[in-house]
Design a protein around this ligand. Structure first.
Ligand SMILES: [Fe+2]
Length: 239
């Protein structure tokens, strides 16, 4: 028996006329089914640590960051996916490009925030040997890498963007990259360490002092999570 949901998921718009069809039936270029890309069912992940226990980053700030900024991006992404499901051959190009730009922005915001929260909640110590080796290989020393990562973070103070240590699949190594407005990210990389430099990440605690926030961020890095990511990405074949 076809459920109402199946009819909705499988509904098509052809030549302006809505045609109901059970999900999974039909298919092909002439009759594209609506799949997972249009579900709009993303749900925010809970904070992976006790928000009371960060060093130098208040519970009020991190909960606001999670519940308002991150969860807001997830909610917006769901709405964009639902809007994309309505696209037809008659949809204006500026609507399509606008929705796709929004999809990229909110998807990246969701992913980067989840990785940011996951690489917090530690004590800033205990970098693993493989991660240490990758930093030394790329930057000569851990201290040199840290200086450059801090420099990027500080350069974004008062503005916005992300400071990211990526696993660069092209270079086959760890590399620092800037990512602005959630959308300018390394094409063939996977984040190892993510630092949010939007003002909402620190203004509530530190006002305009991005430097103090960055110091606090380093005290809360969850290095075992960085090690876990390196073990995963570092084994993926590059080009
Ligand atoms: Fe943020």
């Amino acid at each position: 028996m076809t459920t109402r949901r199946e009819i909705l998921v499988g509904s098509l718009v052809l030549g302006g006329a809505a045609v109901a069809q059970p999900a999974g039936k039909g298919g092909g270029i002439a009759a594209p089914a609506r799949g997972d890309a249009f579900l709009g069912k993303h749900t925010p992940k809970p904070l992976p640590f006790d928000p009371k226990k960060l060093t130098g980053i208040s519970e009020k700030l991190i909960v606001s960051h999670h519940d308002k900024n991150y969860a807001g991006a997830v909610k917006n992404l769901n709405q964009v996916e639902e809007a994309l499901a309505q696209i037809t051959p008659d949809t204006p190009g500026f609507t399509v490009s606008g929705l796709e730009a929004a999809k990229l922005k909110f998807t990246n915001s969701m992913i980067l925030h989840e990785m940011y929260f996951q690489n917090l909640g530690g004590d800033g110590h205990g970098v693993g040997s493989a991660t240490e080796k990758a930093l030394v290989q790329a930057y000569g020393s851990h201290a040199r890498w840290e200086k450059l990562f801090l420099a990027l973070g500080n350069s974004l103070g008062g503005g916005s963007g992300w400071a990211i240590l990526d696993w660069d699949f092209h270079a086959r190594g760890a590399r620092i990259y800037w990512a602005g407005d959630h959308t300018t990210a390394l094409a063939f990389g996977a984040p190892l360490l993510v630092m949010d430099m939007y003002e909402h990440a620190y203004a509530m605690d530190y006002g305009a002092s991005a430097k103090d926030y960055i110091d606090a961020f380093f005290k809360n890095i969850n290095w075992p999570e960085v090690d876990r990511r390196l073990a995963a990405w570092g084994n993926v074949p590059g080009q």
